[in-house]
Write a protein that binds this ligand. Sequence first.
Ligand code: ADP
Length: 339
Amino acid sequence: MKRLTDSAFDQEEDEKESSLRPKTLEEFQGQQEIKSNLAVFIQAARERKESIDHIFLSGPPGLGKTTLAGIVASEMGAEFKVTSAPALEKPKDLAGILTTLAPGSVFFIDEIHRLKPSLEEMLYTAMEDYELDWVIGQGPSARSIRIPLPSFTLVGATTKAGLVSGPLYSRFGISIRFDYYSVSELVQIIHRSSDILHIRIDPDAAELLAQCSRGTPRIANRLLRRMRDFAQVLGSGVVTLSVVSEGLERLKIDHFGLESHDREILRIIIEHYGGGPVGAETLAISVGEGIDTLEDFYEPYLIQRGFLKRTPRGRMATPLAYEHLGFKRPDHENQGILF
Ligand code: ADP
């Protein structure tokens, strides 16, 4: 079965999701503090007829970083250009985009922590002076020219803020950290999406779905569509509490929102590594997952819900993880020493 993290799944599902993507700040649910600050920055920039300052967005996947960048563009009445750092291989790839931006554009670079150093350096003058340092020729005859750029707003997004270099980070005037959404915020998102998709859902069903969505709007929307399928084929078409309970059971998602793969990660730490600590790379290999997926998708939620601890010596399962998986709690005195 496809998992919620599969990237092919991501793309396919996100295409279907475009109708659900909020287009204005008002439609963007939850994250009140982020929204109210951003509304001020947008209004101020519009009144001064300037581009809004460069924006750094960090936080786990699916929380609305791309969506918010698009909203900034539409609220500013500006063009929105999207790329991701791994797609930018050579300086000319980045220069090609920067030199063809319409004035005032919002330029979004996803996974900005993966930008190559030579491209990162190019961004420094682009961000600071709206100029590009471009080297012509090679060897002793090489010379550098400065190409003026239109003013623009760079929005850099990352799931790994710690990997972004100091010099790059310091050039962003606005930094926003996304946290997981609360259950009540996710309930609002589920109701909004159900209205758009003409899905009838009972309030208690929406509440349960929200609890099991890992604090993540993208997952809430996906689960909603799956529940619509179950309601249509197995029920009366209405997403009721019993449809959601049965649907989640079939998808092996528990009431904390953990998938079977999350439980597998915890089980492996407990059974194979005596509860930890175990290094992230070893763990990734043991669970058959890429280290990035483990660190960006699985771990933050497991840590936030108190199932996993990151220590300098590696990852450890918490007593709550033992309890949730039905293992006997370890003797704390010995935990970790034998391994
Ligand atoms: P990220 O860039 O952080 O991975 P996205 O911006 O692609 O996340 O968001 C994933 C999906 O979740 C969007 O298509 C959108 O439908 C939904 N979404 C995200 N944030 C919100 C929000 N605050 N309100 C409503 N829907 C949201």
